[in-house]
Design a protein around this ligand. Structure first.
Ligand code: SF4
Length: 352
């Protein structure tokens, strides 16, 4: 722990008490009404925590509602086939979350007694320290502190902690003991949600609302106005990657492929192919791309050029595993990665 933290007034137990009270009073009055907060239960909490990882609340809301209609509890989710689960997740990205949630539902559904401690939850698929603390504090009032990106931002500003962290995950790990010290063990679930809510709705990355912040009296960064220095995360190097994709049409439909079963990221999710099956490599395609798409995933800027070819009628090709021709009418039933569905809709003029 740095000297800045050791010297901070929040090391005084009375100040910590006052900080917790201010934070919780603000949360009680101003928290957002969210569907997983109304009639909360373990299942709703788990689903929302999985969906909210790396995803904004506004994006999650319609998915959460649809999910609850399709799979209202652990048992319904456990019984659902994987294709249905992935289809319901389509567009949310990071599909390993959906697979892990599905596996977790099967495990929870088979339990006679549900464990309440974070350690047991952390042994489940897709559950790291953050989700384990969130689920057990919110659902079982366990004194477990969460430390996600929002909490890191608030804590580093509160303590004016300018320590250089290699990345967000390192900052979360290093600040977890401090988060645990500040936790209100009487209302751990509400306290955790309050701190995250403050980070999400008041302590914005740019332009935090310090003047109206409920904890300004305890916040070094807010009082001095140099909040922008915190958290001090090492700049990540960006890289660029160019990808060629193919839009191949035949009388049987459009060629799509899905990643092999072992692929954690995209198994079972269809996309426009990057690699053509050997028999199709000989087929000439338009030299000028049909479209060039740009997107950023993590620290990589992708530029994807999509080349088009139309196979002559009655061309018979044996497709290897993972590839298939898809008719327009079938597109709705398949699970496509979000950007690819958008591109197909745009380029094919079809309501996919
Ligand atoms: S006072 Fe400002 S910097 Fe401090 S926690 Fe509140 S919004 Fe964030």
């Amino acid at each position: 722990m740095t000297s800045q933290i050791l010297n901070h007034p929040l090391k005084d137990p009375r100040r910590i008490k006052s900080f917790r009270e201010s934070l919780l009073a603000w949360y009680d009055d101003y928290k957002r009404e969210l569907p997983w907060r109304s009639q909360p239960g373990l299942y709703k909490t788990v689903v929302s925590e999985f969906m909210l990882q790396q995803t904004r609340v506004s994006t999650v809301l319609p998915y959460f509602e649809r999910w609850m209609n399709l799979f209202p509890d652990f048992t319904a989710l456990a019984k659902a086939p994987e294709e249905r689960v992935l289809k319901a997740w389509e567009g949310l990205g990071y599909y390993s979350r959906a697979r892990n949630l599905h596996k977790l539902a099967r495990q929870v559904d088979s339990w006679e007694t549900i464990p309440v401690d974070a350690k047991s939850w952390q042994a489940l698929p897709g559950i790291g320290p953050y989700v384990a603390a969130a689920v057990t504090s919110i659902s079982f009032e366990q004194p477990e502190a969460v430390c996600d990106g929002n909490v890191v931002r608030v804590l580093t500003r509160l303590f004016a902690n300018d320590e250089l962290f290699k990345d967000g995950a390192t900052a979360q790990k290093k600040l977890r003991p401090l988060a645990a010290e500040l936790l209100d063990a009487n209302r751990p679930g509400d306290y955790n949600q309050a701190l995250m809510e403050l980070g999400a709705t008041v302590c914005h990355r740019q332009s935090p609302l310090c003047l109206t912040c409920s904890v300004i009296d305890h916040c070094k960064g807010g009082k001095t106005g140099d909040f922008a220095r915190y958290p001090n995360l090492a700049k990540k190097k960006k890289s660029k990657q160019k990808i060629t994709r193919y839009w191949i049409e035949s009388e049987d439909g459009l060629l799509l492929c899905s990643a092999a079963k072992g692929s954690a990221r995209l198994a079972g999710i269809y996309e426009l192919p990057e690699n053509l099956p050997p028999e199709l490599k000989k087929v000439g395609h338009d030299a000028k791309p049909l479209a060039t798409k740009k997107r950023t995933i993590g620290q990589v800027d992708y530029e994807e050029k999509i080349h088009r070819a139309v196979l002559p009628k009655r061309t018979k090709i044996t497709l290897p595993e993972g590839y298939r021709w898809v008719r327009w009418a079938e597109l709705d039933d398949l699970t496509l990665s979000g950007p690819h569905r958008k591109w197909i809709r745009e380029l094919g003029g079809n309501p996919a």
